[in-house]
Write a protein that binds this ligand. Structure first.
Ligand SMILES: *Cc1c(COP(=O)(O)O)cnc(C)c1O
Length: 370
């Protein structure tokens, strides 16, 4: 959907004359939680058929006006990304692999028949917002500024077809430590009644509808006393795919002979950037890694005979979260002794240390902003 008429995309900076006073911002940063408070600014870029991307702006954070016939409300062309800006040990600020988010955003756009934002424009939009709202990047360990780029249709019309206009935005929300009281394993429910994604569907796209479709399964998991859903493949309900918003890893074996195994990208699971980074990091730390199919039966058996020693979930929001207990309609087991495993915690520390600038960034994953 690139347009031959695309003019260079330049940002108009219109910062707020009424940014939150320092004392009030500091009060909000004291206990930010997740996704509850937002910074002073936002970035918007419009796309119109025949014209391409235009009206790139940084403006004060403000509500939008939406026409009742806005096509997103009816047909759901909506995609998003999630990445974080981290305060570095020297006080500077960096994001982690933002080009990877930009490329995944393009892939999501293609799947939903939406226009593709150039990678450099996506990264520039993130940079401008973080520069402007840099005082909102927390200083505390494991805290960060969560960035939410997203795009949706803006055309007001009924009729199932790609819209002729879109709005890309970036907003930012300070995020507290995911586990303020120390890392705590989650319990998971193997969903056999509901399916997240099927071959040929939208499972590999970060599109809004995937999450709407997951909510009843998450409610079912909660009703079974579990924290999270684990999705299985659509055809056989046998192969482990991922969690609600995180990918999964299995540790097979122990110590220096351990192999970390993650379900292969089937087209139905979301290609996480954390998942991808951990394949490299595991290798750096001397572990073998494998991307392959893993069944619920292998998980259960491997747990019983001790070959599967640790299981964890990974994603930008929660970094690495150990899985401590598994339940399904037919079975129920504790992963090893139910405590966070040593390789899980080693990978978690190593990734956090790279993101925070305390460990050498040998793969050039950090993108310095200020
Ligand atoms: C975003 C997301 C992930 C994790 O991706 P990261 O790039 O590591 O944050 C995993 N699964 C789903 C369904 C997601 O939406």
């Amino acid at each position: 959907m690139s347009t031959p008429t695309q003019a260079p995309i330049t940002f108009d900076l219109k910062p707020s004359a009424h940014a939150l006073p320092d004392a009030e911002r500091e009060a909000r940063l004291a206990d930010p939680g997740f996704g509850r408070i937002f910074t002073d600014h936002m970035v918007t870029i419009r796309w119109t058929e025949g014209r391409g991307w235009h009206d790139a702006q940084l403006t004060p954070y403000a509500p939008l006006e939406i026409d009742p016939a806005n096509m997103t409300l009816h047909y759901g062309q909506a995609i998003f990304e999630g990445l974080k800006a981290y305060r570095q040990a020297d006080g500077s600020i960096a994001t982690f692999r933002p080009e990877a988010n930009a490329e995944r955003f393009q892939a999501s756009a293609r799947r939903l028949a939406m226009p593709e934002l150039p990678v450099e424009t996506f990264v520039e939009a993130v940079e401008l917002l973080v520069q402007q709202d840099q005082a909102w990047v927390p200083n505390q360990a494991e805290q960060s500024l969560y960035l939410r780029p997203f795009m949706f249709a803006t055309e007001a019309a009924l009729g199932v077809r790609p819209a002729n206009s879109y709005l890309f935005m970036v907003i930012a929300s300070p995020a507290g430590a995911y586990f303020p009281g120390g890392v705590k394993p989650v319990s998971v429910w193997l969903s056999e009644d509901y399916v997240r994604a099927a071959p040929g569907g939208t499972g590999a796209a970060k599109c809004a509808g995937n999450y709407a479709a997951s909510l009843v399964a998450q409610a079912e998991a909660a009703a079974k006393g579990c924290d999270q859903v684990v999705w299985l493949d659509a055809a056989e309900h046998k192969w482990v795919e991922e969690m609600g918003g995180m990918n999964l890893y299995f540790v097979v074996g122990e110590g220096e002979n351990a192999t970390v195994v993650t379900p292969e990208l089937s087209g139905a699971l979301l290609p996480g950037i954390t998942r991808d980074s951990l394949l490299t990091l595991a290798d750096d730390l001397g572990y073998r890694s494998e991307e392959r199919k893993i069944s619920t039966e292998e998980w259960k058996q491997g747990n019983a005979d001790g070959t599967i020693t640790e299981v964890f979930a990974c994603g930008t929001a929660a970094v690495i979260t150990p899985v401590g207990h598994v339940k399904s309609a037919a079975a129920d087991w504790t992963v090893a002794n139910g405590e966070p495993g040593p390789i899980t915690m080693q990978l978690r520390e190593a990734l956090l240390a790279i993101q925070g600038g305390q460990r050498p960034d040998t793969h050039h994953w950090l993108h310095k902003i200020v």
